[in-house]
Design a protein around this ligand. Sequence first.
Ligand code: UD1
Length: 429
Amino acid sequence: MDRIRIQGGKPLAGAIPISGAKNAALPLMAACLLSDKALRLSNMPHVADIASMASLLAQCGVDVHMDGDAATGCPQGSVLTLCARQVTSTEAPYDLVRKMRASVLVLGPLLARCGEARVSLPGGCAIGTRPIDLHLKALAHMGAEITLDAGYVTARAPKGGLVGARFAFPSVSVGATENALMAAVLAKGETVLANAAREPEIGDLARCLAAMGARIDGIGTDTLTVHGVESLNAASHAVIPDRIEAGTYAIAAAITDGDLTLQGVKRELVAALCEHLEGAGVAVTETPAGLRVHRHNGALVGIDVMTEPFPGFPTDLQAQMMTLLTVAKGAAMVTETIFENRFMHVPELCRMGANINIHGASAMVRGVPQLRGAPVMATDLRASVSLVLAGLAAQGETTISRVYHLDRGYERLEEKLQACGARIERLKG
Ligand code: UD1
């Protein structure tokens, strides 16, 4: 298994290109199942989760084709064309769903297009139990008959197809909103999804569905009204920038006392993070090239952070923000309200000299002058990158094992950091 080795203590300087958002790209890919015409997605990130979704779609009979992008000159190709002319399988098997929970996003589109779907239950993961009850409730409101058997969910639409309905989510869920939205675009009549998640990735999905011919009102708000259509057309869509990748590199600039510009990123995409960074003594300015991030006058100060659904502070940046606070002056309280077990990075950070105590859903961080390099282990995607940030700031050498977690969501991480002066390398094997 690959490891990452970092010699810390070097301020990062330069510009970092931000990739397309993985969490936008995954539901956009699933949306291809709604139409028998081609969906062309540009600005796709090259990360392992995208490859997993492509395998799942190919297994459903989707024609998957990756091309270069003349506009960006991306050598690996960042334009993905998906064509579900004929869906040959309506099943998402355990092996794929286990590897990547976002596989459940094929449930809504398969059910709406084919009238049935069989999807493995994802089970728990490193950050909590993560049920899919809200996905199933929303689909049941549209008339789906749902049965659970042998670890699989089987969903069947009524004879004439799914029927529009009003559904108020009892709590906010990104994935359940996406699944319900995709199902609703082909349901008969009007669907109203209240208390819908408002993450930018949902707006991106809704805009792509609209380009395919879906009729959706309320994009960007917590109430989505969908007027079902018979079928969808071919469309082209560019994936929005990855706000979590951008936020991670913003924190890299702050923690190393460096100066980075996050190319193509607007403040509104990461507004909650910017406000928190400014509170901690970091300057964030919008420039024509992107968002510039550096410390105000050298010192970081502790602030309190609570994760919330968008537009609040994102849970996917909690581990990275906590890492920054380990070297801020004074105390900071970090509260996680979205996932029940998302402090896996804490013991590893403590091995690097951080002073953190967990009390239920909150972690009390008391700033220390300096982290020290150590061998540490990655546990999930965002926890792993928080250890990279700690390694960049620490004195001495840090090696991070189990970096396959990082490869799920960060494109060319070492390359992007090296280009800004980081001493980071991948050790194969
Ligand atoms: C998505 C993101 C993930 C991010 C999360 C929260 C993708 C591919 N992943 O995950 O990176 O951390 O949003 O911003 O976009 N819940 C239920 N029942 C359900 C569904 C969710 O109880 O049916 C709970 C979850 O356990 C969690 C909370 O609701 O506690 C929010 O989860 P949700 O917004 O659904 O996250 P995901 O869509 O899985």
